[in-house]
Design a protein around this ligand. Structure first.
Ligand code: NAD
Ligand code: UDP
Length: 337
């Protein structure tokens, strides 16, 4: 079977390509490289000894996408392409809606034209807004506080409607919690263009000596140590969840909405300590004001994914930190070296 991976050069897409190739699928990747480098795909080929047919296109370009579908008989799509920076989405809402929603619309239209109806979509725990109960189950109320979150909510609705309209679609909406870590080989990892906002890339920069200290956003949350709690999940576990979802969708047409998290919540200080232990490097920090829009606690109930997809996360915090550190040390300049 041939799988099209949109956003394949990106962080989660590249790790999922490894799992797809290892599972015996043929793969085609498309990416406009707005937040990635195509060397990541060469690295995936190196790890897997596989081949990736790559097209540098924007998925909003229906004609270009159509050409890809004409050249390859695509059986299913994994759709990672999207913009993901919350703060930028607030500054540039039109760009975010255009890219995320426009891209998905173009994709499903072209898929429909080619009678390709199996789709795995990257959603996010952000669709739960500030959930007032933990752990978060899939049937909790949905909300958003920024254009990025709204774009994920709108796409989820769009896909629900496409499924409901009939015609044999089979769709998985996978709600990721906080992906971190890297492939064990240290060959691929997270390397966005520009400075990322997320915790782990900042910890890595401090450990490398590129930043003096980590700013911890908020020490006065209602949590045991006062810092915010998240559900960090190893990117390879996340990637494997996609393979399981794909199997379920191939098995029978259906719509699946599943959390991909570990079910464990760790605070920012837990993360700093775990990283220091795993890497042997100190991570000096200072506690500063809360980051606007951040919530105190967010972790998954992953039991539905286990029941439905026979999937659960296997890696612990130590693996996540060690693997992220290995990637960083082997590739101080990411894919640019
Ligand atoms: P990423 O930025 O590394 O990967 C996304 C890729 O999509 C990039 O390579 C980018 O160049 C490409 N892209 C963006 N717009 C495109 C377009 N219009 N046409 C073609 N390519 C385009 O991000 P990631 O962390 O790998 O995230 C993948 C998906 O998972 C995104 O949709 C993101 O919203 C979602 N997600 C990520 C996280 C996270 O913390 N990383 C959490 C929840 C959900
Ligand atoms: N965080 C922090 N310092 C940073 C980056 C993040 O204290 O430099 C905190 C952030 O406030 C949140 C947690 O780390 O509580 C995870 O943030 P991230 O941006 O990685 O993911 P989010 O859950 O916000 O999507």
């Amino acid at each position: 079977m041939k799988i099209l991976v949109t956003g394949g050069a990106g962080y989660i897409g590249s790790h999922t390509l490894v799992e797809l190739i290892d599972a015996g699928y043929e793969v085609v990747a498309v990416d406009n490289l707005c937040n990635s480098q195509k060397h990541s795909l060469k690295r995936v080929e190196k790890i897997t000894h596989g081949n990736i047919a790559f097209y540098q296109i924007d998925i909003r370009d229906k004609e270009a996408l159509t050409q890809v579908f004409k050249h390859h008989k695509i059986d299913a799509v994994m759709h990672f392409a999207g913009l993901k920076a919350v703060d930028k989405s607030v500054q540039k809402p039109i760009e975010y809606y255009d890219n995320n929603i426009g891209g998905t619309l173009a994709l499903v239209e072209v898929m429909q034209n080619f009678n390709c109806k199996i789709l795995v979509f990257s959603s996010s725990a952000t669709v739960y807004g500030d959930a007032h109960k933990m752990p978060i189950r899939e049937d909790f109320p949905l909300s958003a506080t920024n254009p990025y979150g709204y774009s994920k909510l709108m796409i989820e609705q769009l896909l629900q409607d496409v499924f409901q309209a009939g015609g044999g679609w089979s769709i998985a909406k996978l709600r990721y919690f906080n992906p971190i870590g890297a492939h064990k080989s240290g060959t691929i990892g997270e390397h966005p263009n520009g400075i990322p906002n997320n915790l782990m890339p900042h910890i890595l920069r401090v450990a490398m000596g590129e930043l003096d200290k980590l700013n911890i956003f908020g020490g006065d949350y209602n949590t045991p140590d006062g810092t915010a709690i998240r559900d960090y999940i190893h990117v390879v576990d996340l990637a494997k969840g996609h393979i399981q979802a794909l199997h379920a969708l191939i098995d029978k047409p259906q719509i699946i909405t599943a959390n991909l998290g570990t079910g464990n919540g760790y605070s920012v200080l837990d993360m700093v300590m775990a990283f220091e232990k795993a890497s042997g490097k100190p991570v000096p920090y200072q506690i500063t004001h809360r980051r606007k829009g951040d919530i105190a606690i967010c972790y998954a109930d992953p039991s539905y994914a286990y029941k439905k997809l026979n999937w659960k996360a296997k890696h612990g915090l130590k693996d996540m930190c060690q693997d992220a550190w290995r990637w960083q040390v082997k590739n101080p300049d990411g894919y640019l070296c």
